[in-house]
Design a binder for this molecule. Structure first.
Ligand code: ATP
Ligand code: MG
Length: 392
């Protein structure tokens, strides 16, 4: 019966004096995801390691699934615990563990003991040797190999003794909150939820903005974005989703600008509004799901023109990825099924048959002058009527 987990973290282990900041962020995120699971848990830090101790009954699958969403975790080791029993009993305990958890015993193995509790009478080497002997007696088909064992059984001697051999991969990355906050432009597509996931994985908290264009885009299209935000918030933690009514700005552009430039001009206004919201909400960067060359508005020329309106850094983690690589991540993180639901997007409704693929910045700026009579008012109103949906 597993009663505890050893949490392994790779990258944050090398942060020198700041290490405790990273460890504390990791512990607090672990506590936050466990608070939503059945049962009660302690999450102590102890000599460079983090443990999860179950204080009550819990659902193993629920807890391991929750831990797999915590950035900063490289591995999750389910541990079986027992009291500080004498060495001969401990040998039998490890044999029972093998009996229950290792169905194929035609393997080479090694025992690795870590004695954090120096009150235990045997040192690590002696403990390992004794347990190894007991295992060989009980399972003659098993063979010791200290150099390249197929099975490593770890014994942790602390205030209790813990036995583990399995390591479930975690998501990696850095703990949330160790790297500031950024504003994700979240549409209903496949790409932007993946982009948000990837930046959050580097420790960045996320807020999001969605541009909708009622009545051209429906409530269901908006609900789809809310659902996507919920999906990624399992990883990214709470998200404030800003829903911006973009209809009047879009109609104004549609009326006043050449139609082959609609998308690019619209994208520039999206970025300007997103940047304004970012600044109002302590975000230090913007995130988009753009990928070089994917569509007309994502050629290198178009991106240069879109980017020109921004002063904050714009993170485009998918920039060099092919669609199938993005799809693979979206399937892995669980957003794909929602993303492919067929609802209209404000970009596709006003889209021209032949959008420019090599927009010229000066030409675009000249045409944007046509908007001057009303754009400031529309821009301010879009931001003032921002609807914030808190997602946790
Ligand atoms: P996605 O799959 O993320 O929708 P896409 O391939 O459809 O991306 P575009 O429609 O060109 O590409 O959008 C590029 C990026 O601009 C998106 O990844 C997203 O970050 C942002 N974006 C596009 N439309 C919206 C919108 N309606 N609201 C918020 N952000 C948007
Ligand atoms: Mg889109």
């Amino acid at each position: 019966m597993f009663s505890a987990f050893l949490i392994k973290y790779a990258e944050i282990g090398v942060k020198g004096k700041n290490r405790y900041v990273f460890e504390n962020a990791l512990v607090s995120r672990i506590k936050a995801v466990l608070a939503k699971c059945e049962g009660e848990f302690d999450v102590p830090k102890s000599d460079g390691r983090i443990f999860v101790y179950a204080k009550t009954a819990f659902d193993y699958d629920e807890v391991t699934d929750a831990l797999k969403t915590v950035f900063g975790i490289s591995g999750i080791c389910p541990m079986e615990g027992c009291d500080l029993i004498p060495i001969d009993e401990l040998g039998q305990k490890v044999c029972d563990y093998i009996n229950e958890n290792i169905p194929d015993r035609n393997v080479t193995f090694k025992i690795v003991t870590r004695r954090a509790n120096k009150a235990y009478p045997l040192d690590s080497m002696e403990t390992s040797a004794n347990i190894g002997g007991a295992v060989l007696d009980r399972f003659p088909e098993m063979k010791v190999d200290v150099h390249e064992p197929e099975l490593v059984i770890h014994v942790e001697i602390r205030e209790k003794i813990f036995i583990y051999s399995e390591e479930i991969p975690g998501p990696g990355g850095m703990p949330l909150g160790t790297n500031g906050k950024a504003m994700l432009l979240l549409s209903g597509g496949i790409d932007s939820p993946v982009a948000g996931y990837m930046i959050a994985k580097r420790g960045v908290r996320i807020d999001a903005v969605y541009f909708h264009a009622p009545p051209y885009t429906s409530e269901r299209a908006k609900q789809k974005v809310v659902d996507l935000a919920k999906e990624i918030s399992k990883y990214t933690g709470p998200i404030d989703l800003h829903v911006i009514n973009f209809t009047d700005i879009q109609l104004h552009i549609y009326e006043k600008c050449p139609h082959d430039e609609l998308t690019i001009i619209m994208r520039r206004y999206m970025m300007m509004i997103a940047e304004e919201l970012a600044k109002q909400n302590e975000c230090l960067g913007l995130i988009t799901g753009e990928s070089l060359g994917q569509v007309a508005s994502q050629t290198i020329h178009s991106l240069a023109v879109t980017n020109e309106v921004c002063t904050l850094p714009v993170f485009r983690p998918l920039i060099g990825m092919d669609k199938n690589e993005i799809v693979a991540i979206s399937e892995k993180i669980g957003t794909y099924e929602t993303s492919i639901l067929p609802f209209e997007d404000c970009c596709t409704i006003f889209v021209a048959k032949h959008p420019v693929t090599k927009p010229n910045l000066n030409v675009i700026k000249r045409h944007e002058k046509n908007l001057e009579d009303r754009i400031k008012e529309l821009f301010d109103r879009a931001i003032d009527t921002d609807e914030v949906i808190h997602i946790d």
